[in-house]
Design a protein around this ligand. Structure first.
Ligand code: AR6
Length: 177
C-alpha cells in the first residue's frame, strides 16, 4: 500500500467486479452498451440494471465519464469512462486517457465517493501500451489529489502479474519507496 498526501494508493491483481468500494470504473466504449473485456465482466456481474441505466444515458464521448448503480456487484456505483483507441500515440491519445481518469475522479467527487477502483483503461482491446498507460493513470490520480479533497483510496486493479508489477515500479518511484 502506498500513500500520496492523505490518500491511500493500492495495487492489486484480480477481478475488479469483486471489489467492495464506492465505485468501480468501467473501460467502456462510446455507446455504453457493453462489450468484451472488463466492460463485459462488469455487465455480467452487475446484471441488466446497468444496461438499462446506460441506455437512458445514451452514450459517452471519449475522455468523459458517466455513472450508474452497480446492480448485483458489491460496489455502490459504476463509473463508465471511455479511453482512446491507441493509434500510434500522435492522435492526442495521452490527453484523452488522462481525461478518462481525471473525469472519473471528478464524477466520484460530485457523488461524494471516497473509494474508487480503476482497471487499466485502454490497455486491452484499445491497444494502449501498458507502461505508458500506467504512468498516465498514476499521474492523473496524483494531479487530482493535488487539486481536490475528499478522496480516501484509489485502487489500481491489474488483470495480470506483469501489469501489477508495472504499477509497482511506477508507484515505488513516485512515492519514493
Ligand atoms: N477486472 C479487471 N481488469 C480486467 C478485467 C476484470 N474483470 N477484465 C479485463 N481486464 P479492455 P479497453 C483488463 O479490453 O482496452 C470493450 O469491448 C484487461 O486485461 O477491457 O479500454 C469495451 O466495450 C486490460 O488490461 O478495455 C470497449 O469496446 C484492461 O482491463 C473496449 O473493450 C482493459 O481492457 C475498451 O477497450
Amino acid at each position: 500500500m502506498y500513500k500520496y498526501k492523505d490518500v491511500k494508493l493500492t495495487i492489486i491483481e484480480g477481478d475488479i467486479t469483486k471489489l467492495k468500494v464506492d465505485a468501480i470504473v468501467n473501460a467502456a466504449n462510446n455507446t455504453l452498451l457493453g462489450g468484451g473485456g472488463v466492460d463485459g465482466a462488469i455487465h455480467r456481474a452487475g446484471g441488466p440494471v446497468i444496461l438499462e441505466q446506460c441506455k437512458k444515458i445514451g452514450g459517452c464521448p471519449t475522455g468523459e465519464a458517466r455513472i450508474t448503480t452497480a446492480g448485483n456487484m458489491p460496489s455502490k456505483y459504476v463509473i463508465h469512462t471511455v479511453g482512446p483507441v491507441y493509434k500510434g500515440g500522435s492522435k492526442g491519445e495521452d490527453k484523452l486517457l488522462y481525461n478518462a481518469y481525471y473525469n472519473s475522479l471528478k464524477l466520484a467527487k460530485e457523488y461524494e465517493l471516497k473509494t474508487i477502483a480503476f482497471p487499466s483503461i485502454s490497455t486491452g482491446v484499445y491497444g494502449y501500451p501498458k507502461d505508458e498507460a500506467a504512468k498516465i493513470a498514476v499521474g492523473a490520480v496524483m494531479d487530482f489529489i493535488d487539486n481536490e479533497k475528499g478522496l480516501e483510496e484509489v485502487i489500481f486493479v491489474s488483470f495480470s502479474k506483469d501489469n501489477y508489477l508495472l504499477y509497482k515500479e511506477i508507484l515505488d518511484k513516485a512515492t519514493n519507496q
